[in-house]
Design a protein around this ligand. Structure first.
Ligand SMILES: Nc1ncnc2c1ncn2[C@@H]1O[C@H](COP(=O)(O)OP(=O)(O)O)[C@@H](O)[C@H]1O
Ligand SMILES: [Mg+2]
Length: 386
């Protein structure tokens, strides 16, 4: 059957096996009632932005269901935005032949995607690894440093398998900070979007050391923009089925990709340094995460370079951000030295106070903690962010 969202005229073009709905909420309801439904045709009377949001949601939550957009006018801008959101085809309202052909192609794609989807998007609770996103809204706070060292620390504990994902898509520097050659990157996942499995995902990874693999950021300028946020959630969904921990390094802004990672994360590690701009940004970040209804239980606030003699104590930091600190990482010249040598400090000098702080945090806050409830995205996004 095909679900058609307004107007009725389209129905006659698509034959008998069609369910007509008045709006996209009704389409979502119809989809949830019928898990085998694999095509939604969105008619020209539905608002374009709403249709794209709907397609982006389905791409993430139900990648085997196709969305075809019917518009009175089709231009390059609309086409680009639609394809980026995950719409399979955009067809002009007066072109019935094209619409029927697009429906057939979408069905064939859905059949193939279903057949190839070996790995469920959401593995059983017991077998899924934990996703840990490291974020700060200000650059230079130490996100990459903490993410890399946290990944190394986790991988050193009792055979834990870890994947570090560099989600700083435009300026990722995980590869350079551990001296890895980025031969394969997140960009290579693009042709597999919508039907990623463990074999395909494994082919994207760069091994770093036993128990630790890396999914590196694109290197070609402009590639970052080609990565849809839905691909991030698909990748993290597959990776968490392959690893005990997936640690995500991020850029210094609340991009759609970062929020997607936050959505599927079991733990948010939020960084600041003891200076007022970083603290202000952390305060805004915490307010934003509250507004988006992420659980505070999955949050750790971390003060990096916490002993820097710059006039602010850890107590001052806690007062400003109105949140207790879960970890204080001291400042040390050994940190940039380790990065310049390409060996993370946790690996180079495990007994260093910086290494010990990060390893203690990994053991006490992350290992053995129950998997938290996943934050739900679509409803909240619709209400809060757009
Ligand atoms: N605890 C620390 N002590 C000293 N230098 C640090 C520490 N943490 C990070 N740095 C340095 O700060 C700079 C920025 O760190 P980085 O991890 O790249 O930040 P981000 O990823 O948030 O932009 C790097 O030169 C790094 O070596
Ligand atoms: Mg960084």
């Amino acid at each position: 059957m095909t679900i058609v969202c307004r107007p009725d005229e389209l129905i006659s073009d698509l034959g008998d096996d069609v369910l007509h709905v008045e709006d996209l909420d009704a389409a979502l309801l119809a989809l949830s009632n019928d898990p085998t439904e694999d095509l939604v045709v969105v008619g020209p009377r539905t608002d374009a932005a709403e249709a794209l949001r709907f397609a982006a949601h389905l791409r993430m939550e139900r990648p085997t269901t196709g969305v075809i957009l019917v518009r009175e006018q089709v231009d390059v801008e609309l086409l680009t935005e639609a394809l980026r959101a995950g719409v399979r085809e955009v067809v002009r309202a007066d072109d019935t032949v094209a619409l029927v052909a697009a429906c057939q192609r979408s069905r064939a794609l859905s059949d193939r995607a279903r057949a190839e989807l070996h790995v469920p998007d959401e593995p059983e609770q017991g077998e899924r690894g934990k996703v840990v996103t490291v974020f700060a809204a200000k650059g230079g706070c130490g996100k990459t440093t903490i993410a890399v060292n946290l990944a190394v620390a986790l991988a050193g504990i009792d055979g834990t398998r870890v994947c570090l994902v560099d989600l700083d898509l435009a300026f990722g520097d995980v590869a350079i900070s551990v001296q890895l050659d980025p031969v394969r990157t997140i960009s290579d996942a693009l042709p597999m979007a919508g039907h990623l499995d463990t074999t395909g995902t494994a082919s994207l990874l760069t091994p770093y050391r036993p128990g630790l693999d890396m999914l590196l950021a694109p290197v070609t300028p402009g590639d970052a923009e080609k990565i849809p946020a839905s691909l991030v959630s698909e990748l993290l969904g597959v990776l968490r089925g392959m690893f005990d921990f997936v640690v995500v390094d991020t850029p210094a802004q609340f991009s759609e990709h970062v929020l997607t990672a936050m959505d599927v994360s079991d733990h948010h590690v939020l960084l600041t340094t003891p200076d007022t701009p970083a603290l202000k940004n952390l305060r805004i970040t915490l307010d934003m995460l509250d507004l988006l209804s992420y659980s505070r239980d999955i949050r750790s606030v971390v003060a990096n370079r916490s002993d820097s003699k710059v006039g602010l104590t850890p107590g001052d930091v806690e007062r400003v951000v109105r949140s207790p600190l879960s970890l204080q990482v001291p400042s040390s010249r050994s940190v940039p030295i380790s990065i310049n040598k390409g060996v993370p400090i946790v690996l180079a000098t495990p007994n260093h106070p910086v290494s010990q702080a990060i390893t203690k945090f990994a053991r006490e806050r992350l290992i053995g903690r129950p998997v938290a409830t996943k934050a739900k995205a679509f409803a909240r996004r619709g209400a809060g962010r757009r």
